[in-house]
Every structure is written in structure tokens, then in C-alpha cells.
Design a protein around this ligand. Structure first.
Ligand code: PHE
Length: 451
């Protein structure tokens, strides 16, 4: 590689870009519904523990691999050890699985923005509005196509930098709105039960599924185990402090997820009774509860429209970076031009997204347990492939490459404060725990052994 690799201007540029891609539907849509479903405080606790241990270590490792090699995932693994190139390929599959269904949810967000913007707050707060809507055939598909089409157009013309600028303005607004809505909801009668449920760990609700769900969410939210951070690392300058960048991205990403939960979980208690069925709603939780919150506010129609617009931008920047990853993978590996690659990825996303969308309507009969087609794609990416990639990455760094190689890379800008933690986790704790979590929860999920 003799071509000069362009790089981020500095630490702020790096952190903002990584955070921009990290913060998305994972934080606002996915984290709260998992927290609600998996026991509230106990999920939060497990998530936080995993974030400061696994999350920190794997994120630092991936960025360091990228910066050390100056290459994206497949090339980086290939350069360091040919036998591990397949880990790069496996990681590259993740965004291919996620982008289609991510766009289906993006379509729901877009629809909700238009409903609120056209004065439909009361309608959207109706008891069965969301379930009725996603069970339809044509309309959810239409909004899905709008969302994925827009993503593809932006990637096709390579104008994502412009969108990123817009979204950097949107992000603080989104954070402020989330704080505002959370405060509003916490002040409502009955909300305290929800707050307590969300922040007090109830150890009787602990299960191995909680840990797997938290781990999958961690990878998803921080864009770990899909090669993306390796690519970002390859653009990071050598004089940028890697360790503190990772801390900042983590704090930012986790902070927003926490706030989103603080807004949504208590709402479930205030408006839907907070029973197990309401909390276990899954993918539809945000769409079902927030309209009720907005509808109860004076001027809630505007607040709702503004909120869904912000979420739309957060989702769009993430879907752009997901699609971009697939497009550049096809370019790097198979020499495809940007435009044909983009068209192919678009077609692929439509093909895979359609069943996810229809899985709530005409294809509703295709379920594993209560899991819809969308849930199955989500499970495959987050709870199976990503843990495998994370496991292989830690084996590779811990035992083949040796942690020292990455510690040296991280220490280019001074001492690596968490060096010991990093080394112990990547060598022993991560591989052992990931295997235990993965195997036991799969056995559990398929009803072979119940833990
Ligand atoms: N981390 C993003 C989210 O939380 C999803 C994403 C993954 C975006 C990978 C880009 C790349 O929504």
C-alpha cells in the first residue's frame, strides 16, 4: 500500500465520527426494549460491567489493529496472520445482515415522523396503532424503501460527509430532547416504579439470557466485532491518544443509551401498567410508548415530530456507515466500483429487508417461539456471529499476535493506564466468558439445558 491513507484531523474528529456511527437505533430503540425485557436494573448492571471490561478491551484492540496495520478488517487480519483472514470476512457479514432490518426500523421511524408532523399524535397513541401498522403490507414496505433508498443514494453519490455535518448538529439536540422527555416522564405519577425497576438490580431476574442479550447489545451499540472499528482505526493518526478516545466514545454511547432507557422504561409503567407483558414487548416498545407520552404533553405533536426527526438522523448516519462498510468491502476485496457495489448492496438490502418487514404481517406465521423474522436476523448477527468474531479476535490478539503488539501501538502517545486490565481480559476473561455465555445461552434457547 503506497497510497497515502487519508486520516481524521485529530482526536475530536475521530471521536465524533466514531460516536456518530455508534449512536443510532441501538441506543434509542434497542437498548431500552432489552432493558425492559430482561429485568431492568439487572440488565443495566450487567451491561455496564461488560462495557467497562469487554467493551473497552475489544474496542481498543480493534482500533489498535486498524491503526497498526493501516488496513481494514480482512486486510488487517491477513497482514498479521493469514490463517485469521476468515475472521475479517465473518465480521464483514455482520453489516450485511444488519443493514436490511436496520432500514426496516428506520422506515418505522420515518413513518412516525410524518404521522406526528401531520398532526396525528392522538392517532399514534392509540392502543393498537403500532401493531396494526406493522401488520400492514404496503405502507411499512414503502417507508422501508424510502429509508434504504435514501441511505443508498447518499452512499452512491458519496455525500455522507454533508449528512454527518447535519447530524453533528442533531446529536446534541437529540440528547437534550431525551433529557427533557425523561424529566417530563419521571415527574408523572407512577413513574418512580419504573425508574426503580430500571436502576435497581433484582438478582432473581438474572439469567444467562440476560448476559447474552447485554453482550450482543454491547457489540451492536459500540459497533464492535464487525470490522468497522478496525477500518476507523486505520484512519486514526498515530499521535491521537487511543485509550482516552475509547473512553470518550464509550461514555457517550452508554450515556445516550442510559438516557433513552430512562425515558422509555418509566413510560411503560406510567402508560401501560408496567406488567411483564408490557415490558416484554420487544422491538415495538419505543413506538408504542413514546406516542402516548407525546400525546399527554401540551404541544406534544411538535415535540414528537422533532424527536422522531432526530432519531431519523441518528438512524440515517448509522445506516450510511453500515452500508458504506459493505460497499467498501466489495471494493477492497473484489475490486467492485463504488456505484455498482452500491446498487448491488441496495438490491440485497431490499431482498433481505422485505421478509423482515412482512414478518409482522403476512409472514407472521414464520416465528421461532415469539421471535419474528426481524428478530431472527437480529439474533443471528448480535448473539451468534458477533460473539464468534469477538471470541476469535481475543484469541488472536491474546495468543497469536500477543497483547504486547497492541499495547505498544496504544502506548505511542504515552502510558496505557489500563494495560493490565486489557491484557488479562483479552487473554483469559474474554475468550472464556464469551464461549461460556454463547454456548450456555444457545443450549438454553433451544431448550436443551436450562440455566
Ligand atoms: N452502533 C449503531 C447503533 O447503535 C449501529 C451501527 C453498527 C452503526 C455498525 C454503524 C456501524 O445503532
Amino acid at each position: 500500500m503506497d497510497k497515502q491513507r487519508s486520516s481524521f484531523t485529530g482526536k475530536l474528529g475521530f471521536v465524533l465520527t466514531a460516536a456518530g456511527s455508534a449512536v443510532g437505533l441501538g441506543n434509542i430503540w434497542r437498548f431500552p426494549y432489552l432493558a425492559a425485557k430482561y429485568g431492568g436494573g439487572i440488565f443495566l448492571l450487567v451491561y455496564l460491567i461488560l462495557a467497562v471490561t469487554f467493551g473497552f478491551t475489544l474496542m481498543a484492540a480493534e482500533i489498535a489493529i486498524g491503526r497498526k496495520t493501516g488496513l481494514s478488517a480482512v486486510g488487517a487480519f491477513q497482514k498479521l496472520d493469514k490463517r485469521f483472514a476468515w475472521v475479517g470476512y465473518l465480521g464483514a457479514i455482520v453489516p450485511m445482515i444488519i443493514t436490511p432490518y436496520y432500514s426496516v426500523i428506520g422506515g418505522w421511524v420515518t413513518k412516525y415522523f410524518f404521522v406526528f408532523a401531520s398532526g396525528g399524535a392522538e392517532k399514534a397513541a392509540g392502543k393498537t396503532y403500532f401493531d396494526d401498522y406493522i401488520a400492514e403490507t404496503a405502507e411499512p414496505i414503502l417507508w422501508f424503501l424510502v429509508f434504504v433508498g435514501l441511505t443508498a443514494l447518499i452512499v452512491f453519490f458519496g455525500v455522507d460527509k454533508g449528512i454527518e455535518k447535519v447530524s453533528k448538529v442533531m446529536m446534541p439536540v437529540l440528547v437534550l430532547m431525551t433529557v427533557f422527555i425523561a424529566v417530563y416522564i419521571i415527574c408523572m405519577p407512577g413513574a418512580m416504579d419504573g425508574v426503580l425497576y430500571y436502576i435497581t438490580p433484582d438478582f432473581s431476574k438474572f439469567s444467562i439470557q440476560t448476559v447474552l442479550a447485554a453482550m450482543g447489545q454491547l457489540f451492536y451499540s459500540m459497533s464492535i466485532a464487525m470490522g468497522i472499528l478496525i477500518t476507523y482505526g486505520s484512519y486514526m493518526k498515530k499521535d491521537v491518544n487511543l485509550e482516552s478516545s475509547v473512553h470518550q466514545i464509550e461514555i457517550f454511547d452508554t450515556g445516550i443509551a442510559f438516557l433513552a432507557g430512562l425515558m422509555i422504561v418509566p413510560s411503560v409503567f406510567v402508560f401501560s401498567g408496567g406488567d411483564e407483558e408490557a415490558l416484554g414487548k420487544g422491538a415495538g416498545l419505543m413506538f408504542e410508548t413514546l406516542p402516548k407520552v407525546f400525546n399527554s404533553m401540551t404541544g406534544g405533536g411538535i415535540v414528537g415530530a422533532a424527536f422522531f426527526l432526530m432519531v431519523f438522523f441518528a438512524a440515517l448516519t448509522s445506516s450510511i456507515s453500515l452500508m458504506e462498510t459493505v460497499v467498501s468491502f466489495l471494493g477492497d476485496r473484489f475490486g467492485w466500483g463504488r456505484k455498482p457495489a452500491c446498487l448491488a448492496v441496495f438490491a440485497f438490502c431490499v431482498l433481505l429487508g422485505l421478509p423482515s418487514s412482512l414478518g409482522y404481517g403476512v409472514l407472521d406465521f414464520i416465528r421461532i417461539g415469539s421471535n419474528t423474522i426481524l428478530d431472527m436476523f437480529d439474533f443471528l448477527a448480535n448473539s451468534i456471529i458477533m460473539p464468534i468474531v469477538a471470541f476469535m479476535t481475543s484469541i488472536f490478539v491474546g495468543w497469536i499476535l500477543k497483547p504486547k503488539a497492541l499495547v505498544d501501538e496504544i502506548e505511542l502517545t504515552g502510558t496505557f493506564k489500563a494495560k493490565k486490565l486489557f491484557t488479562v481480559i483479552i487473554k483469559y476473561i474474554a475468550p472464556v466468558c464469551i464461549v461460556l455465555i454463547l454456548v450456555s445461552s444457545l443450549l438454553d434457547a433451544f431448550g436443551i439445558v436450562t440455566i
